[in-house]
Design a protein around this ligand. Structure first.
Ligand SMILES: C[S@@+](CC[C@H](N)C(=O)[O-])C[C@H]1O[C@@H](n2cnc3c(N)ncnc32)[C@H](O)[C@@H]1O
Length: 222
């Protein structure tokens, strides 16, 4: 890798307010496919992950909007943002008064973007860069999971991990714009928002994204 992840993020994004969540500013791109090509060149890896960190996805936008309307969900509490991407949910949680916020992602560029974005929003965010989905649930009171249902293997692991967290008394909020692997039967809808996200990868530029809680285990039949 020629440049540091931090320098790469700065070179390929622009810091700006998030549509529909303008109190949060993130390093974002309008041309995610161009940034993806740059990642492939930078890492010399044609299979490199999409630069998820350079876009505010529908799920994270919905959680951000929900926390703005319901700050009491996180105020004074320890929050863990799974699959954090840009860090949008952790930053929204801190703005809503979370005592602490941890951002978790496995993409080195995402970790750099989260640090840059936390700094841009004057938020202290603890960054965790390993895959925690085979570990016990974290030391947190609330877990936020924005837009992590786009691949079946990831969706299966995320659901099991979130259910373990719920069974230990951790509150879980899921945000999602209707991805194929969203486990709808396991969720309870809390709110719906019209969000504007990237137009290149989504079929509609404006779409409805929803916030859910996890269904209690007895209701789900376990
Ligand atoms: C679609 S993005 C969502 C980002 C952000 N939550 C949002 O809503 O804008 C999904 C993120 O999940 C991350 N991811 C994928 N597998 C993961 C894993 N096992 N653990 C943590 N993060 C993971 C990706 O790197 C990516 O940043």
């Amino acid at each position: 890798m020629a440049a540091s992840p931090r320098a790469f993020v700065l070179r390929h994004t622009r810091l700006r307010p998030v549509a529909g969540l303008v109190e949060v500013r993130l390093h974002l791109t309008d041309d995610v496919l161009a940034v993806w090509r740059a990642v492939q060149v930078e890492t010399d890896d044609p299979d490199a992950s999409l630069p998820y960190w350079a876009v505010a996805w529908g799920g994270g936008l919905a959680i951000g909007r929900y926390l703005r309307e319901h700050p009491e969900v996180v105020a004074g509490r320890r929050v863990f943002d799974l699959a954090s991407g840009s860090g949008i949910c952790a930053i929204a949680a801190k703005r809503a008064g979370a005592a602490t916020a941890s951002s978790n992602d496995i993409d080195a560029f995402a970790l750099a973007a989260i640090r840059l974005n936390a700094h841009a929003n004057a938020c202290r965010v603890n960054v965790i860069g390993r895959d925690v989905l085979d570990e016990p649930p974290p030391d947190a009171e609330v877990i936020l999971a924005g837009d992590c249902w786009y691949e079946a293997p990831l969706a299966r692991r995320v659901l099991l991990w979130l259910q373990r967290a719920r069974d230990r008394g951790i509150d879980v909020l899921v945000g999602d714009p209707g991805r194929a692997h969203l486990p709808v039967a396991e969720l309870v809808e809390l709110a719906a928002y019209e969000v504007r996200t990237t137009s290149e990868l989504e079929d509609l530029q404006r779409r409805t994204a929803r916030v859910y809680g996890l269904r209690p285990s007895d209701v789900a039949g376990r």
